[in-house]
Design a protein around this ligand. Structure first.
Ligand code: SF4
Length: 356
């Protein structure tokens, strides 16, 4: 027999109330997800205190342009249309000056303006390129077909982000959402809101998955726990129905609507209990070494080796653990986040390519 959304929500509230503990260490959603993934990853997340809603940076070429919010895309385009007049005027000015110098003083003197030509030209081209990208992006958003999953069918369904926006969902950014009773805080990357429905939007990387995520929207346990945690916080703080999550693949507009199932709630609830237990054990014995999740090390981002740079390591973690350095046969030194914290070389799949 399947459980209805209301029954499930009631069971979740009762189960989470049982976890209320004022003495428990405060947790963020990222930490809970990381503990579900691996106890060592959870320890690193807890000690960093950083809430990371998703693991997909936007492509650098987008240069911080607002990429998933139509109102902000339009506002930015209007700003740029005003702003572009400045580099155009500068370019016209420098070309007129160049012409005058050439006519009065000669070509040699005119060539002295080459750096200014280069600088203002680059400025104009960069601004026009941003304008072009914004225009294309707005066009994609405006031409998307209205589309939404069948919310009565509690199964994973493909979605297009702009299709949901066209179906009336409003994109919102939330401040930190907090459940004081549970000692949990977090903030999803975006929220889609329509009437009484409020769904967290998560972006997930497909580089670590075996294809199940891309083809069928199958999330890892840690991602399911995070998804349920954000849904819980939204349900509590917004007093709205939040029994689905929207998952976007990498930095694309494609993804899945995923129902928050009993399995996801259990992973979240058990993840909170396990995180607290592990944190308390670690506080009693800071040298404690929780067992690694051997199956996950091969593709774990915390096991990715980076070349050792004394200056950067010092800036990034002035009071953190000493880097655990490993040298290749060519004499280069590498380190990784998990290695630094636990003093070992995790068996990442790229280690052999580096020559360890
Ligand atoms: S490298 Fe392995 S042990 Fe370390 S956090 Fe990742 S999965 Fe856990």
């Amino acid at each position: 027999m399947t459980t209805s959304v209301e029954e499930l929500s009631q069971q979740v509230s009762i189960n989470l109330e049982r976890l209320a503990d004022v003495d428990a260490p405060p947790l963020n959603v990222h930490t809970v997800g990381e503990y579900v993934y691996c106890k060592r990853a959870g320890t690193i997340a807890f000690e960093s205190g950083v809430e990371a809603a998703d693991d997909v940076p936007l492509p650098p070429a987008l240069g911080g342009l607002p990429w998933h919010d139509l109102d902000r895309l339009r506002a930015r385009k209007s700003e740029l249309l005003e702003y572009v007049k400045i580099p155009i005027a500068c370019n016209v000015g420098v070309w007129v000056l160049l012409l005058l110098v050439r006519l009065t003083l000669g070509t040699i003197y005119a060539m002295g303006l080459a750096p200014a030509l280069y600088y203002f030209g680059r400025w104009l081209v960069g601004t026009l390129r941003d304008l072009h990208r914004l225009t294309m992006r707005i066009r994609v958003a405006e031409q998307a077909a209205q589309q939404e999953p069948d919310w009565d069918e509690r199964r994973i369904q493909k979605i297009n982000y702009w299709g949901l926006v066209r179906a009336g969902f409003v994109v919102e950014e939330k401040d930190n959402l907090v459940d004081r009773q549970l000692g949990l805080s977090g903030c999803p990357w975006r929220v889609l809101h329509r009437e009484n429905r409020v769904y967290p939007v998560l972006r997930v990387s497909t580089t670590q998955d075996s294809g199940e995520l891309r083809r069928y929207g199958q999330l890892r346990d840690s991602q399911l726990a995070k998804m349920a945690a954000y849904s819980h916080l939204l349900h509590l703080c917004e007093r709205a129905e939040s029994s689905w999550a929207i998952v976007l693949l990498d930095a694309t507009d494609e993804g899945f609507a995923i129902p928050v199932t009993e399995k996801a709630w259990s992973l979240f609830r058990d993840g909170v209990a396990m995180s607290r237990r592990e944190i308390r054990l670690m506080q009693q014995d800071p040298r404690r070494m929780p067992a690694p999740n051997d199956n996950a090390c091969r593709r774990c981002p915390l096991a990715e080796q980076r070349e050792y740079d004394a200056k950067q390591v010092g800036i990034a973690a002035p009071t953190g653990p000493r880097p655990f350095r490993t040298s290749t046969q060519s004499g280069k030194s590498f380190h990784c986040a998990c290695g630094d914290r636990f003093g070992w070389l995790p068996p990442h799949e790229e280690n052999s390519q580096l020559g360890f």
